[in-house]
Ligand binder design. Structure first.
Ligand SMILES: C[S@@+](CC[C@H](N)C(=O)[O-])C[C@H]1O[C@@H](n2cnc3c(N)ncnc32)[C@H](O)[C@@H]1O
Length: 538
């Protein structure tokens, strides 16, 4: 069944059904008053409460960046980027509207008697009408067929991705920490995600407590009470709930966490993990029940569907006017209710088409309140561009060195050695078809590659997220870029932070004796494929 929605009129879908008993529902303000620094993984747990000095520095970076105002204009040309789903640009639409003459004859009302010009004209008109009706009917059927094909193709990729993640075994923390061949990489990725959460999840009011501008003093109310306002967090593509412990350690406490993912088995596992955290039944024996935020988990395709039909999302607030064409007044005074939308290692699935990328952004922007943060990590298109252009450079050098072949490939065929690919023993990226020689992906959607990661991802289709195009698109949704950094640069910047540095030791990211990154060269190469970002809803 096609669950996709028409603008603002979402049908009920499986996403709105709760897999949990209805007795445990969320009421905004249902706050756990006591928060423990103990997460569900010992490695995530600082022994001390975070030191204000370090927090101040982290918050300052983010606050100063906010003050700089809007980000510089994108190098991605505006006219190329905002095609509407029917393929026209807003400019095309404007011009179409402009060229309509105000004096054009109006079509008669359907009730008005038709004027016959010549005898016999009525019969001919009847025939013409039948012909028009037949043509319209054919057009409608063709459009329906195209839509059905598009839907089944989209479903196809989503199903492959869902089945893959559903099938990934939940091996447990102990195995991940000791047996895994990519334990260094796993820990490092987790540390980067914790870093993003620590730096960008607090709201401006909370952050103001930790910088010395003392803006709060202007209205002489004093610094805002730390514990008063808690965060409402939405995790798109939450997987098996691996980030729950990180959210428990967020500087500003979380009140509600909503996790969505199309992989229903992953969602059940995430629910199980949360239940364990709450009950204190960890892998290391029984502990006293842990005070933890309220959380809800639902199976949901967050890039192909509108999120407004998920009850908890509706309860917190989602703005159907977010994005181009929405009312300015509505978006100024409306807006969603979430403080943070997080999407870790997942937005690349949305770049299959412009329609999906826009649906993802409409969901993100619709759910965020003004000032809310959209944080995430994804493959860095700068890396892909440089790998692809290098690949073509070397290929051309090889071709120039060998004698000319009598026959080239048939039309549309891509020769084996023209398919860009790179990687090492633990990860591999492989494009199934031709790629641009300069590595610049135009148009920016639908550039599929398959990604393999030892123990984690087996040849799953992903899509390039061309960064400048993505950033240009986010502007249509009032999302302003605040931060973007490659993974290894984040390490260089934060490894000596008073909280994040020691956290990296506890998480096994840094060798305690040498202070160096505890990753093999292959793992470092694999993590350098990614970057992290934060946008603010303005
Ligand atoms: C690499 S996993 C990351 C899981 C989790 N965010 C983490 O960081 O551990 C990618 C996740 O994206 C999810 N995903 C794929 N397509 C999606 C979609 N259309 N909507 C939401 N999530 C999707 C997958 O099911 C999978 O759980």
């Amino acid at each position: 069944m096609d669950n996709r929605t028409k603008e603002g009129h979402p049908p009920q879908s499986a996403g709105s059904r709760s897999p949990r008993p209805a007795t445990d529902s969320y009421r905004p303000g249902d706050q756990q008053k006591h928060r423990s620094m103990e997460g569900d993984t010992a490695s995530d747990r600082p022994n001390q409460p975070p030191a204000p000095v370090s927090k101040r520095e982290r918050m300052q970076e983010r606050h100063q960046r906010r003050k700089r105002g809007r980000t510089p204009p994108s190098v991605f040309p505006r006219r190329n980027r905002s095609r509407s789903p029917n393929g026209s640009t807003p400019r095309d639409d404007r011009e179409r509207r402009r060229s309509r003459s105000p004096l054009a004859p109006r079509s008669p009302s359907p009730d008005a008697p038709r004027q016959r010009k010549r005898p016999g004209g009525g019969a001919r008109q009847g025939l013409a009408d039948r012909e028009t009706l037949r043509r319209r009917q054919e057009e409608r059927e063709r459009a329906e067929q195209d839509e059905a094909m598009r839907n089944s193709r989209d479903r196809g990729v989503t199903d492959v991705v869902r089945q893959h993640y559903n099938a990934v075994p939940e091996r447990g923390r102990e195995w991940r920490k000791t047996e895994s061949k990519i334990k260094g990489l796993r820990s490092f990725n987790n540390w980067v995600k914790s870093t993003l959460i620590q730096k960008f999840s607090p709201d401006e009011e909370f952050a103001a407590r930790f910088n010395d501008t003392k803006e709060w003093a202007d209205d002489s109310t004093g610094p805002p009470p730390v514990d008063d306002k808690r965060l409402l967090v939405l995790d798109l593509g939450c997987g098996k709930g691996g980030d729950l412990g990180k959210w428990q350690l967020a500087p500003q406490a979380v009140d509600l966490y909503v996790g969505l993912d199309p992989a229903n088995i992953s969602i059940e596992q995430a629910q199980g993990r949360y239940d364990q955290m709450r009950s204190g039944r960890g892998q290391r024996g029984r502990r006293p029940p842990q005070p933890i935020f309220h959380a809800e988990f639902y199976p949901k395709d967050c890039f192909g569907e509108w999120l407004g039909d998920v009850n908890i999302i509706q309860q917190v607030g989602i703005d159907a006017n977010a994005g181009p064409g929405g009312s300015i007044m509505a978006s100024r005074f409306g807006g969603g209710g979430f403080d943070v939308v997080t999407c870790m290692f997942a937005i690349h699935y949305a770049f299959e088409s412009e329609e999906k990328a826009r649906q993802m952004l409409r969901n993100v922007a619709g759910c965020l309140k003004k000032g809310g943060r959209f944080i995430g990590v994804c493959p860095n298109s700068d890396v892909i561009t440089s790998q692809v252009s290098n690949f073509h450079k070397k290929r051309k050098e090889r071709e120039a060195a060998k004698p000319a072949e009598p026959e080239g490939p048939e039309d549309g065929e891509v020769e084996e050695d023209e398919r860009a690919s790179w990687g090492n023993d633990i990860y591999r990226v492989q494009f199934p078809g031709a790629t641009p020689e300069d590595g610049v992906f135009r148009p920016p959607f639908g550039w599929k590659y398959s990604y393999f990661m030892r123990e984690a991802v087996e040849e799953v289709p992903e899509y390039v997220v061309p960064w400048e195009a993505f950033r240009a698109l986010t502007e249509d949704y009032n999302l302003e870029l605040q931060y973007r950094k490659p993974f290894l640069d984040i390490w260089e910047d934060e490894k000596n932070d008073r909280d994040l540095g020691p956290l990296s030791e506890r998480m096994g990211v840094r060798d305690r004796s040498t202070g160096a990154l505890a990753m093999t060269e292959e793992e470092k190469d694999a993590v350098s494929f990614y970057h992290a970002f934060c946008f603010y809803k303005v």
